[in-house]
Design a protein around this ligand. Structure first.
Ligand SMILES: NC(=O)c1ccc[n+]([C@@H]2O[C@H](COP(=O)([O-])OP(=O)(O)OC[C@H]3O[C@@H](n4cnc5c(N)ncnc54)[C@H](O)[C@@H]3O)[C@@H](O)[C@H]2O)c1
Length: 385
């Protein structure tokens, strides 16, 4: 199918706020070019034609899936539509880079994993912070043992908008924090507690506070909100030897490594008093290249499809995240009780209060008489890993 084995031909589905960034990035790289864009909104396509006059624009994404010139698709539509469009893309033989989160449930993630394996296509998810130079650098330091055992991580991700209508702020923004925590710790939480508040809409949480417990006891905390006056993208990592602070909106000191912590184990003197001494030494700002994470991610997708080098952001990682989100959804329904993260695919759906029929409408499920959709029904609903 590909006309040029070393140059990937792409179609971008969904050209709202984020999709055009994929069009730009893949158009700039030497190993890829964008053939066509699809969006159900004609105004969005008009804006694509102005910026990228050589790219075909079409309203029905099925035309991209039927286009033999196109090897791979980027899916940047609303989250509730991802699973269905991804299924169709894989069945049409396209590699897919899907925006985060991959889907609404771990069951869908597992099904998509099986489908990608059967179709022998790459299915990568746009967990873009795994391609952020500072996060990659921090991971290397953690893996090298510089911070020691990690006690806890604390992240904040807030801004005024954009408010989503199909998923809550945890699914939208918290997905990033969960992906970063899992990546840095090389682990998946076993238990989750989450609380959220619906403010702007009746059944979609604008603000969520989520606590994740990892197998070794490490805690992760994520505060996300799209109803906040300040754009904040921060994370603090507390290790037994050192501490780190990441601030994605501070270009000069994005990552700081603090030589701070407990000097020696706490002790009690003869009078029973508690003592601990603290180490308060230097702060170091490592020099880190600041390449555009979306570009790094696009390069990783090309490496995977063209060279067979897998990225740490495949369907396996997305399945882990979907399991965590599912546990968080259950926890929110039970006023924040700790919920175990499923180890088998589950159909727990966000937003927390959305009724099943509303979710189906939100997903824009196509006519099930369609031959491609019928073929999907035969995919087993268990993971391949
Ligand atoms: N990685 C990141 O940092 C990041 C940032 C922003 C958004 N995103 C993700 O990207 C996705 C899109 O977000 P956005 O902010 O661009 O949303 P958006 O609502 O601005 O754009 C979505 C576009 O998809 C189009 N669309 C919807 N259904 C369609 C269909 N069936 N066929 C064709 N087009 C369809 C809409 O018309 C719209 O133009 C979301 O999943 C979001 O989570 C990721």
């Amino acid at each position: 199918m590909p006309t040029d084995e070393r140059r990937l031909a792409l179609g971008v589905i969904g050209c709202g706020h984020w999709g055009p960034n994929h069009v730009r990035v893949f158009s700039e790289l030497t190993r890829s070019h964008v053939v066509a864009c699809a969006d159900s909104n004609a105004e969005r396509l008009a804006s694509i034609r102005l910026r990228f006059p050589t790219v075909d624009t079409i309203e029905d994404y099925e035309q991209i899936l039927d286009d033999n010139r196109i090897d791979a698709v980027v899916i940047a539509t609303p989250t509730s539509t991802h699973a269905e469009i991804t299924r169709r893309a894989l069945l049409a033989g396209k590699h897919a880079l899907v925006e985060k989160p991959l889907c609404l449930t771990s069951q869908e993630a597992a099904e998509l994993g099986v489908l990608a394996e059967k179709a022998d296509r790459v299915l990568m998810v746009g967990h873009v912070f795994l391609f952020n130079d500072a996060i990659m650098h921090l991971r290397e330091r953690i893996r090298a043992g510089e911070l020691g055992r990690i006690h806890y991580l604390d992240a904040a991700r807030t801004n005024l908008g954009p408010v989503r209508g199909d998923v809550n702020s945890l699914f939208d923004l918290g997905t990033h924090d969960i992906s970063i925590f899992n990546y840095l710790l090389d682990a998946v939480p076993v238990e989750v507690s989450a609380l959220g508040r619906c403010i702007s809409q009746e059944s979609i949480e604008d603000v969520c506070f989520t606590t994740l417990k990892y197998p070794d006891g490490t805690l992760g905390h994520s505060h996300v909100s799209w109803l906040n006056p300040r754009k904040v993208r921060t994370m603090t990592v507390i290790g037994e030897r050192k501490m780190a602070h990441w601030d994605d909106v501070d270009p000069s000191e994005t990552l700081r490594i603090y030589d701070k912590g407990l000097k020696e184990p706490p002790y009690y003197d003869s009078f029973g008093g508690f003592h601990c001494s603290l180490r308060n030494a230097d702060m170091h700002v490592p020099a880190i290249p600041s390449r555009e994470p979306l570009r790094n991610q696009a390069e990783a997708f090309l490496d995977w499809v063209l060279e067979g080098r897998a990225a740490p952001s495949g369907v396996r990682e997305a399945w882990d995240i979907a399991r965590v989100l599912g546990a968080a959804a259950r926890s929110m329904r039970q006023a924040g009780v700790m919920c175990r993260v499923d180890t088998v695919p589950a159909a727990t759906v966000m937003p927390t209060s959305m009724k099943a029929d509303q979710v189906l409408i939100a997903r824009g499920r196509p006519n099930t008489s369609d031959a491609k959709a019928t073929a999907i029904e035969n995919v087993p609903d268990h993971p391949v890993w």
